[in-house]
Ligand binder design. Structure first.
Ligand code: HDE
Length: 724
């Protein structure tokens, strides 16, 4: 029997069989015939018509004409990476028999695809949107897909509403605008009429929807799933991915500018990090709920518009995922990877969450649309690393050559092969949940509360996070032209929190009109679940949902711009560069043009980025070293002053030493203290760190790094006065 042992490199070895490398090879046609010329088609005479018999021309053109497949109807724009998962220990054995989660000696290969949802394949990365976080584990028991998002809840409770939701949020059907944005009438019309969206809207309006990096966002399975252990005992489970670098975001102005300056921002960040060996790492953790506790909360576990607050059910870490290899070919891997929440392995099962149930149909259906064949599981990136044996597969693009005359079961002609496995032999056996009921187009009243977790979210935000959320409403609803939609939405926000509605209304030039709120569109019925949960547990705040509370402070892989011109202070640049690198941060020299700059003492340094090719939005922090001539030259450059103003406005760490401080003073950076003339003190104020000649460079470097590790300094009240 073929082996089902899997190691970290199993998938890589399998893919190797399909890889092509043209090095030292002759060019050929698809039929393997060598080619001598590809610049002229075969013609009748030097100026004559092209001949039909030109198989080379026809082959090249046909391939080109058929190069695209339908882009995903949602999550069209994505970026992929290979990696592996390894459990920390066997502590999950008690809860699940899924081997890849319980054996610390097994490194399971996997492929992850991160995505935006709304935009088309060529749209920009840093739009305000949910991010997809889909993982295909190539386990020794077959493929398991955890197809999640970076937000733990969803807009709707029942998947039958998904086509409406997506139609409303996608560009309008008449003029196909706007691209990759919810900020238009149709989305907010729908959302305001569907109050079950409210909790998710709060998350989408928060900074979670503009992640700094795919490497710095959480992932969530969203639905409640089931774990089943070896004894057959089932429990409810929620999946969480936690980035080891912490969860961090862009600011909205920066995100919008990046859409223009580098629309591939998130894709490039992921690719470059892996390329440089800064492997993204995520911890997988779960919340586990005993079956008998199903109704112990004041919400329904089957309702995907609800979280289980971590304060009620803490996370249990399972293990770590490391992404350590970029794909070789975008189309073959990232575009063709096909996820499906119904790809399950023994030990993991689904629940009756009506959103999940619909997904179990939709994903295979959509792959058939994309691949035009049910044989998409044979595409290399989708193949399990364990053998596949069944009588299926005739159809478009079949690859496998199944031997023998038997492709049915039961059979005697092939002696009953392939054999059926028992549960002990690894067969997937569905959890035997007892179900009964009448056929109804309705839902339990346990799904009726659309607002209390939206309130929980609002209550759990710090003031800067609340401010950003309100500003996001001003942007999104500000783009809505129908005043009644703005009013209806604000009336719904009033049910979340009156101060939220008030703040939203102020920026929109409208009044809060509570009577305009929408109740619900659902068809609800009282049942056992609704009676039971009414007594259930809840919390009024959940610090875990805030990105600011408990923020991970790290400088690892952060990008720091060093602004220089000729005559810079060499010692300072070298000392700070080294300090940054020792904490895993990257230092890049930014100057007016590409050249080798000369220091005041004659050393040279190469420029990494020119002001024409970059901007402060592409960095996490900025440093201005001393050097009279360098600083004087930069004082006259609008690009440099804008760079500093903008970094200040975006609340990034700024460092300045010696004459570098003068450049800071020449900019519009306001309301911060800097080191006094001849003082040995290092002054760190609101993330602006400065030191004069007398101060120690080491101590300055350490203070600057502390400021970088905080990522953003929201306490810069004066930032609104800064023109950038
Ligand atoms: Fe998806 N979703 N979805 N979704 N989804 C797709 O499948 C769908 C939902 C998610 O990188 C599609 O292959 C329905 C929730 C990700 O390839 C499609 C419903 C969550 C990806 C589809 C949902 C997701 C998709 C489009 C409502 C988080 C990208 C292309 C019931 C838990 C996967 C495709 C990748 C993609 C259907 C809601 C995550 C059409 C019907 C909730 C990460 O099948």
């Amino acid at each position: 029997m073929s082996s089902r042992k899997v190691d970290e490199n199993s998938k890589n070895r399998q893919l190797d069989e399909f890889r092509e490398d043209s090095k030292d090879q002759f060019m050929t046609t698809d039929q393997g015939v060598r080619v001598n010329h590809v610049d002229d088609s075969l013609k009748a005479g030097f100026r004559g018509p092209t001949l039909m018999e030109d198989f080379l021309f026809r082959e090249r053109m046909t391939h080109f004409d058929h190069e695209s497949i339908p882009e995903r109807v949602v999550h069209a724009r994505g970026s992929g990476a290979h990696g592996f998962f390894q459990p920390y220990n066997d502590s999950m054995k008690e809860f699940t028999k899924a081997k890849f989660l319980t054996d610390p000696n097994v490194k399971t290969p996997l492929f992850v695809r991160f995505s935006t949802v709304v935009g088309s394949r060529g749209s920009a990365d840093t739009v305000r949107d949910v991010r997809g976080f889909a993982t295909k584990f190539y386990t020794e028991e077959g493929n398991y897909d955890l197809v999640g998002n970076n937000i733990p809840v969803f807009f709707i409770q029942d998947s039958i509403k998904f086509p409406d939701l997506v139609h409303a949020i996608k560009p309008r059907p008449d003029h196909e605008m706007p691209q990759a944005s919810a900020a238009h009438d149709t989305f907010w019309d729908f959302a305001s009429l569907m109050p079950e969206t409210t909790h998710m809207l709060m998350w989408v309006l928060s900074d979670r929807a503009i992640p700094r990096s795919f490497r710095m966002m959480e992932g969530f399975g969203v639905h409640t799933f089931r774990f089943i252990n070896a004894a057959g005992k089932a429990r409810f489970v929620k999946f969480h991915w936690r980035p080891l670098l912490g969860t961090h975001s862009l600011v909205w102005d920066e995100a919008q500018k990046l859409n223009g300056k580098d629309p591939d921002w998130l894709r490039r960040d992921l690719w470059e990090a892996i390329d440089m060996g800064d492997y993204p790492e995520f911890e997988l953790a779960v919340q586990i709920v005993e079956e008998e506790d199903e109704f112990k909360f004041n919400f329904d576990l089957l309702d995907a518009t609800k979280i289980i607050p971590e304060e009620l059910v803490p996370l249990r870490p399972i293990g770590k995922m490391t992404l350590n290899r970029n794909p070789d070919n975008f189309f073959a891997e990232t575009e063709q990877v096909a996820f499906h929440p119904g790809n399950l392995v023994p030990g993991i099962d689904v629940t009756n969450d009506p959103l999940l149930q619909g997904r179990l149909f939709s994903y295979v259906d959509t792959q058939i649309n994309r691949f035009n064949s049910a044989n998409f599981a044979e595409v290399p990136i989708n193949r399990p690393v364990v053998p596949v044996h069944n009588g299926q597969g005739a159809g478009f693009m079949r690859q496998t050559i199944n031997k023998g005359k038997v492709n049915y079961w039961p059979n005697s002609l092939a002696e009953g092969h392939p054999k059926l496995a028992s549960e002990e032999e690894g067969a997937y056996v569905h959890h035997q949940e007892k179900v009964e009921g009448h056929k109804v187009r309705a839902r339990s009243e346990s799904f009726k509360d659309h607002f209390s977790q939206a309130t929980l979210f609002w209550n759990s935000m710090t003031e800067p996070e609340k401010k950003h959320l309100v500003e996001a409403i001003h942007f999104e609803l500000g783009k809505v032209e129908t005043i009644a939609i703005r009013e209806r939405m604000v009336a719904n926000f009033n049910k979340v929190a009156p101060d939220l509605a008030q703040r939203a209304a102020e920026g929109l030039g409208i009044e809060v009109k509570p009577e305009m709120a929408t109740e619900t569109t659902g068809n609800f019925a009282k049942d056992k679940a609704s009676e039971k949960i009414s007594e259930g547990k809840s919390v009024s705040e959940s610090p875990a949902v805030s990105m600011e509370i408990g923020k991970v402070e790290s400088a690892k892989s952060r990008r720091v711009a060093i602004l220089l011109e000729d005559g810079y202070n060499h010692d300072e640049v070298m000392a700070i560069k080294q300090a940054l690198q020792s904490e895993g941060a990257q230092a890049k020299i930014v100057s007016k043009v590409f050249k080798n700059l000369k220091s005041s003492t004659g050393e040279e340094i190469a420029v990494d980025k020119s002001h024409i090719t970059t901007g402060s939005i592409m960095f996490d922090a900025v440093y201005v070293p001393g050097g009279q001539a360098s600083v004087e030259a930069m004082k006259k450059q609008g690009d440099v002053l804008h760079f500093l103003n903008e970094a200040f406005k975006h609340c990034k760490a700024i460092g300045a030493s010696r004459e570098g401080i003068d450049l800071l003073l020449a900019s519009d950076v306001a309301g911060v203290q800097v080191a006094e003339e001849a003082s040995a003190d290092i002054v760190s104020d609101k993330g602006v760190v400065s030191a004069r000649a007398a101060a120690s460079l080491d101590a300055f470097g350490a203070s600057f790094l502390e400021a970088i590790k905080k990522h953003r300094h929201w306490n810069r009240e004066e930032k609104s006065m800064v023109p950038a």
